[in-house]
Design a binder for this molecule. Sequence first.
Ligand code: CP
Length: 313
Amino acid sequence: MAWNRKHLLDIQSLSADEITTILDTARAFKAVGRRAIKKVPALRGKTVINLFVEPSTRTRISFQLAAQRLTADIINFSAEVSSLRKGESLKDTTRNLEALNADIIIIRHSAAGAPHFLSRILKASVVNAGDGSHEHPTQALLDVFTMREKKGSLKDLNVTILGDILYSRVARSNIWALRKMGANVTLAGPATLVPRMFEKLGCRVVYDLKDAIADADVINILRIQHERQRKTMFPSIGEFSKMFGINKSRLDWTKEDTIIMHPGPINRGVEIDNDTADGERSVILEQVTNGLAIRMAVLFLVNGGQGPHEVTG
Ligand code: CP
């Protein structure tokens, strides 16, 4: 399956074949990462801008290293010290970046739809690194990559996504990716954060933790997105943790080979305890490692790469 998209804006508009192309390309790049010389010249002479208007650790650094591994020039744009603080619009800021011959603009923004807007006004490729509560496509891609690597196939895999679903772009992108790839998705958490409307996306919605995790092959745990909640959605952090937190004793409710995932940042002692986060079932840091390969694949593909067969160097 050849890739012919200029942008990566969301998972919703991708086909299962396109998702597979990204995963297979990432697998080839992960192999490159095991070599003594981890760089390839695929983006030599290209300019990549990391435009993060919201905080990030994993995604920003991962995209930066991905661009460097592909031999691109990378500029890290920090909103805090930019003219956005003086009232310059996103449109004007990005047009100025494009005037410096940016080839790929990676954007994280609190406004849902910001990457789609940029894709309509810029000539550069646009990659969504998280837009409001809407989507976080590369996070979902690294998540399904990790699941496929650990479990062999996504078809009929039972994946439970646990916690704050309503405000989570990670949840939305995961739901799209997992349903397209044939996985069964269960969503669980407080009713205020897991409305039944998600059943329309083909998910099972449950409010009992034991029921939610009993058959899970994968539990993907999400933090509470305080920065996006406009009102209190549950009585207290303590009560959320008591009702839906994953800890060592609750792992007894799961199958022996259930793996634990979390996109980060983790709030230890809230949605996950130390024993679980650092335990042998946890693949949380492997997710971070796989994120690098996924982001190399995405930058490579939106720049005109066709697929895994073209990964050389
Ligand atoms: N998972 C994730 O998006 O983490 P960052 O906010 O640190 O990029």
